[in-house]
Design a protein around this ligand. Structure first.
Ligand code: ADP
Ligand SMILES: N[C@@H](CCOP(=O)(O)O)C(=O)O
Length: 291
């Protein structure tokens, strides 16, 4: 038997659509695997009633198949599904690491990224790696075609999760297919600023670098209360605010001492819009851990 804690992640960070990701210190899924002749899955925890146990439909089934590692897989969800906090990726990355250890496959964490991404393809239609890469490798990750670069960084974050569900598959449908050159230039500037901010662990640069006009405007319209929450977080000291992944979570960067007040302001911002929410006071953390 092997047990892995696999963290939530936040993808995109505004300016890095399908490229940037960070591992979050909390919340996390716990995955337990035992060798078996065929894969079976059991899901408990937050939102487990919305997660299929059929290996054809659960992300971990695709991972077990990609690694040719059949197992009984128990998933204890700490990351709510359809949250924009890489819920499916936490399970996929956790299963990849756990099965690799269980079957002594000897793959490195980087080599496990494509196998974990097979799980993402099951739910979102595309094997995007911007959640599974940070869930496996930790820190801030930059995914480009088949190459992933990682940076260790110390940035405080608040992830505010409202009682709204948005599936990544649906949120990918609103992404514009064409862009204005001026907006592209602005996004490249933001992305570069954010990357430098991560390298320097500088919350001002990270916050400013979240700003972009290509994907976030369309995505934020799917989140009731988004503008309220954004304004409230900035007023409370956040250095930048954006949609976490495909939403509905909203992500804020801030100084460590401002985290509590930013979290409270974001929950109040959703409340003013009639939406219940909870906020995770977190930071960029490490990748999945095998116990
Ligand atoms: N192990 C799993 N953990 C979470 N969601 C899963 C899992 N397996 C399948 N799913 C399905 O994936 C969808 C959630 O994934 P996704 O839309 O990417 O949201 P998130 O942003 O939380 O990852 C839900 O429809 C859920 O039923
Ligand atoms: N780049 C993807 C990221 C989806 O993240 P999730 O946490 O919402 O699954 C996208 O923006 O579609």
């Amino acid at each position: 038997m092997r047990t892995v804690r696999a963290p939530a992640t936040s993808a995109n960070l505004g300016s890095g659509f399908d490229v940037f990701g960070v591992a979050l210190d909390r919340p996390a899924d716990v995955i337990r695997v035992e060798k078996a002749s065929r894969t079976t899955i059991e899901v408990t925890g937050v939102g487990s009633q919305y997660i299929p146990e059929d290996p054809e439909k659960n992300v971990v089934g695709a991972v077990a198949e990609a690694l040719d590692a059949p197992a009984h897989i128990q998933i204890d969800k700490g990351v709510r599904p359809s949250s924009g906090l890489g819920s499916s990726a936490a399970s996929a990355a956790g299963a990849a690491l756990a099965l690799n250890a269980l079957y002594d496959r000897g793959y490195s964490r980087s080599e496990l990224v494509p196998a974990a991404a097979e799980g993402e393809a099951v739910v979102s239609g595309e094997a995007h790696v911007d959640n599974v890469a940070p869930a496996l490798l930790g820190g801030f990750t930059v995914a480009r075609e088949d190459e992933v670069t990682t940076v260790d960084t110390d940035i405080s974050l608040v992830a505010c999760l409202p009682e709204i569900a948005i599936s990544t598959r649906d949120a990918r449908r609103v992404v514009p297919t064409r862009a204005d050159m001026e907006d592209v230039v602005h996004t490249v500037g933001s992305a570069a600023t954010l990357a430098v901010g991560m390298c320097r662990s500088d919350p001002e640069l990270v916050g400013r670098g979240m700003d972009e006009r290509l994907v976030t405007p369309a995505r934020s319209e799917l989140i009731t209360g988004y503008e309220n929450v954004r304004t409230a977080a900035l007023d409370a000291g956040a250095t930048g605010v954006t949609v976490s992944g495909a939403g509905p979570s909203v992500l804020a960067a801030c100084y460590p001492d401002d985290r509590r007040q930013v979290a409270a302001a974001m929950v109040d911002g959703f409340d003013d819009a009639g939406v219940e929410a909870r906020a995770y006071q977190t930071r960029v953390g490490g990748g999945a851990v095998v116990f």
